[in-house]
Structures are given as structure tokens and as C-alpha cells.
Design a protein around this ligand. Structure first.
Ligand code: SF4
Length: 84
């Protein structure tokens, strides 16, 4: 990671290779397991406003949010203030 960027998603923090890998993995998910693009953007919008986001990683779970947010079965891991 080149630098820590509070409240940045990967596409904003120049982590291009990681983001490319994540996009490829999301594209391979069965459609029934994936959220709609509207829901995906809504989730990422919450993450972008969240203090737990650093350089695309959620400090509550250690996941890249751009990956986690793609799964229907996943939820925001902040049990005290779940945002999606
Ligand atoms: S706590 Fe929830 S809203 Fe915040 S970065 Fe993690 S997944 Fe996103």
C-alpha cells in the first residue's frame, strides 16, 4: 500500500492491481450471490462516510469493502452501528 487514505476506496487510492483482482473475482460470482449495482454503490457510499474505512479496508473486519459489499449475504460488520 503506497499510503494510508482515510475514507478512501481502492479506486481512489491507486491500488489498481488489487482492485482489478477484486473486480475479476466479483465478475465470477454467481449472479444470485451478487447485489445489484445500485445496492453495491449504496453500500460503498456508506463505507466512504465511515471512520472505519482506511485505504479501501474496513478496520472492523479487515476486508476490502469493494469486495465484501458485492455479496448479498454479507453485512456491514459494525455490530453497534451497522450501516448496510
Ligand atoms: S464498518 Fe461498515 S460502513 Fe464502515 S467501512 Fe466497515 S463495512 Fe463499511
Amino acid at each position: 500500500m503506497e499510503h494510508e487514505c482515510k475514507k478512501c476506496l481502492l479506486y481512489e487510492s491507486a491500488e489498481g492491481d488489487i482492485l482489478k483482482d477484486i473486480k475479476e473475482k466479483i465478475a465470477k460470482l454467481p449472479e444470485g450471490d451478487r447485489v445489484s449495482s445500485d445496492e453495491y454503490e449504496k453500500r460503498l457510499g456508506f463505507c466512504k462516510d465511515c471512520d472505519n474505512l482506511i485505504s479501501g479496508v474496513c478496520m472492523k473486519c479487515g476486508c476490502y469493502v469493494e469486495f465484501r459489499a458485492a455479496f448479498k449475504k454479507q453485512k456491514c460488520p459494525d455490530v453497534k452501528g451497522r450501516k448496510w
